[in-house]
Design a protein around this ligand. Structure first.
Ligand code: UDP
Ligand code: MG
Length: 314
């Protein structure tokens, strides 16, 4: 039986973009259905993330024209990650695979064809990866590179140059649904799902209409959120800073003793110097140790699945 594919589109104030985006997505369905690759029941789900403009009316209009266009609307603006998750959870039991794509056509929708191809060949997660960043400004390009490097150094593993343009099989979505965490950073969670994956390269374009909802401030917050949702490494670093200071203490102690015995030290200065340095490093190490335990609690409260079975022979 041919597979039902859904496309989930998070939309925040996208009334201007949807009328370009949705017909393109439906056209891709038409082609794939025509080639007998996917089911004609495949559909597009628009998630209105509490938009302030006429996005919801636009979705309703598009649904009137073609009932393969479905919609849900969130009560509040919850941000891209939550809008996307709500859509994915909505379609999880209604399709065989779901593709997530932004509403602004920045990610070339034609890559969906290759994603579906990979899915039909048995891949469970197919990541859309940008072939180049030539359309980005120098600033965006450089900050993005720095983010990836910084994140990796902080213990957050992500797929390089992959945003949230991807295909997930219903099985991968089922596993995703077991991640109950509130601080959502899908780009970190999905590589943890494992299973068979593939990468599809695509070109990223300018927005088709409207403007970006992700200014630098939001991007920075997003990156910090990603790191702190995945790694206790920043806390562990406190311990090592304390330890390093303790080693520096030896040099300071040497210097203080030389001054003391060389009679160049004012009375009281050596004892204050030594205790400030020594106590400072001890306090930092103690905070680091507390951090280790908090790190454990942090992993426990997330209650992430402890394993995902890839395949079985029974
Ligand atoms: N978006 C959303 N909720 C928000 C902000 C953005 O659902 O609070 C959607 C937006 O409509 C778009 C996608 O997330 O489909 C990516 O946003 P945008 O294109 O503005 O980000 P950029 O591509 O500039 O990083
Ligand atoms: Mg965009």
């Amino acid at each position: 039986m041919s597979k039902i594919i859904s496309i989930v589109v998070p939309c925040y104030n996208e009334e201007a973009a949807l009328k370009y985006t949705i017909p393109q997505l439906l056209k891709i369905f038409d082609d794939l259905v025509g080639q007998g690759k996917i089911s004609s029941e495949s559909f597009v789900l628009c998630v209105d993330d509490g938009s302030r403009d006429k996005t919801w009316e636009e979705i309703a209009k598009l649904h009137e024209k073609d009932n393969r266009v479905k919609g849900i609307t969130l009560a509040h603006n919850r941000g891209h990650q939550y809008a996307l998750l709500s859509g994915l959870m909505e379609v999880k039991d209604k399709c065989d695979a779901a593709v997530s794509i932004d509403a602004d056509l920045q990610d070339d929708p034609l890559a969906i064809v290759q994603m579906v191809e990979e899915f039909l060949n048995g891949k469970e997660i197919v990541y859309g990866v940008r072939a180049s960043r030539s359309t980005d400004t120098w600033f965006k390009r450089t900050t993005a590179r720095c983010f990836y490097k910084f994140q990796a150094s902080m213990g957050l593993q992500t797929i390089y140059d992959h945003a949230d343009y991807r295909l997930m099989s219903s099985r991968a979505l089922e596993i995703l649904s077991q991640y109950g965490e509130s601080n959502l950073f899908l780009r970190g969670i999905i590589p943890q799902i494992g299973l068979d994956t593939a990468i599809v390269k695509y070109d990223r374009h300018e927005r088709v209409a409207g403007e970006s909802k992700y200014p630098l401030k939001k991007m920075l917050a997003f990156s910090v959120d990603g790191i702190t949702s995945f790694s206790a490494r920043p806390m562990r670093m406190i311990f090592f800073v304390g330890l390093t200071l303790l080693l520096i203490d030896i040099l300071v102690a040497l210097y203080v003793l030389i001054a003391y015995f060389g009679d160049t030290a004012i009375a009281g200065w050596p004892s204050i110097m030594l205790s400030v340095w020594f106590l400072g490093s001890l306090i930092l190490m103690a905070i680091g140790i507390v951090g280790e335990y908090i790190g454990k609690i942090f992993v426990e409260v997330k209650a992430r699945p402890r394993f995902n079975i890839k395949s079985t022979i029974w």
